[in-house]
Ligand binder design. Structure first.
Ligand SMILES: [Mn+2]
Length: 403
């Protein structure tokens, strides 16, 4: 039996003030395309597994709910036999994601947002094969209560308990049938990108041993596609699009073929993003002006771009100039800002600031921005006058304020 695993859609995400809804629409079109090509190839999918973070926010924008609504409608009318599984991730509002859940359940769309029936599987049957699918939404402290009323506080304690309960019930009622799990959590040793809403420390991490006994675990939460543990039964599909410049720009869906309780065969299907994310480094003049690199501009014109510039002086109106060559340039960070804000320890910077009055801090800001403390001497007369006027104005303003 074949499953398509893709999670962390984050529908409605806004990235550097740009809505990604068209990028997400294109991704969902590719999901339909994959379902269609599998059917045409005579090896159709039985289910789509979406383990959480369906939406980016608890209150998603209307265009995101419309996108999901249309997707469900398209998929259900084109593939009425396909089962769809959605669980609530830490970005979703369980209450809102569960809208029309009971009604949708009768249409093969299974939305799980609470733990009231987590030991009850949806049993899929296809050509004499059966698979039990269990769903567990993101667990908050005390989401799961144990039979002996022992408090389960950490994620490890909760998953250990909940998954062993599932397997107990499974072994009793569905012995020999493969058990597939959909869950949204942070496993220890997984490689994290930079767009997850992460936790501090390791208290919220769960050891991969808790999944022993499941044939396949479709996990969400980590945005990088990867297997977890040594047995290759537990996978993160990762997010379908890179959601931060620190994320890997190559993203995937997973095609999972479950063959009895053997280790399933898992194949990565690349997602072709509408716009790739790219981080470019170089001098401002490489990206704009007479000596700009034409090939670079051609290559990255359609990408969401972050430019880290090596320039040591301020470039006036840099973003609007850059956008003439890179219309989707979302971030421009000259090196001087990056180094000025990060040099020295927090304590050093704090005491350096505390020893100065506000006018001195303003002067420091100007010299950081212009790249050196003697910058004024090198300025043309007109700009020099301008800086002096700014200092004077700041000094007068700061007298009237208590800092
Ligand atoms: Mn996520």
């Amino acid at each position: 039996m074949r499953f398509l695993h893709t999670g962390d859609w984050h529908l409605g995400k806004v990235f550097h003030e740009v809505s990604l809804i068209e990028d997400q629409r294109e991704f969902l079109r590719q999901v339909c395309e994959e379902l269609e090509s599998a059917r045409k190839g005579g090896n159709p999918y039985s289910a789509l597994l979406v383990p959480g973070d369906v939406y980016d926010r608890a209150v998603p924008p209307a265009e995101a709910t419309q996108l999901l609504s249309r997707f469900l409608n398209t998929v259900h009318s084109s593939f009425p036999e396909l089962h769809l599984f959605f669980i609530a991730g830490n970005h979703d509002s369980a209450g809102r994601l569960s809208f029309a859940r009971e009604l949708l359940d009768s249409q093969n769309i299974h939305i799980c947002t609470d733990t009231s029936h987590y030991t009850e599987p949806v049993v899929l049957e296809n050509g004499g094969e059966a698979v039990c699918v269990y769903q567990l939404p993101f667990l908050y402290p005390l989401s799961i209560s144990s039979d002996d009323e022992k408090l389960l506080r950490t994620q490890q304690e909760q998953y250990e308990y909940a998954l062993s309960r599932i397997l107990q019930v499974h072994d009793k009622s569905y012995s020999g049938i493969p058990a597939v799990l959909c869950a949204h959590l942070f496993t220890a040793k997984s490689a994290v990108g930079s767009s997850e809403r992460s936790f501090v420390g390791t208290a919220e991490m769960v050891d991969t041993d808790v999944f022993n006994g499941f044939t396949y675990c479709a996990l969400g939460h980590i945005h990088k596609c990867q297997p977890c543990g040594s047995e290759k039964r537990v996978y993160y599909s990762g997010s379908p699009l890179a959601y931060d410049f620190g994320d890997n720009p190559d993203t995937f869906m997973l095609s999972v073929t479950v063959n009895g309780t053997d280790v399933p065969s898992v194949q990565k299907i690349p997602v072709r993003p509408l716009h790739r994310l790219a981080v470019l480094e170089g001098a401002f003049s490489d990206f704009y002006g007479a000596s700009a690199d034409k090939k670079l501009i051609e290559k990255y014109r359609d990408c969401y771009v972050k430019i880290s510039a090596t320039d040591t002086s301020v470039v006036q109106g840099a973003m609007s100039l850059l956008r003439t060559n890179f219309p989707l340039c979302l971030s421009f960070v000259p090196k001087i800002y990056a180094s000025a804000s990060s040099s020295g320890s927090v304590q050093e910077r704090k005491s350096a600031i505390e020893s100065k009055n506000s006018c001195q801090i303003f002067e420091q800001f100007l010299s950081d921005a212009y790249g050196s403390s003697g910058f004024e001497e090198e300025l043309p007369a007109e700009e020099k006058q301008c800086v002096q006027d700014e200092k004077k104005l700041f000094s007068e303003l700061s007298k009237g304020l208590s800092w």
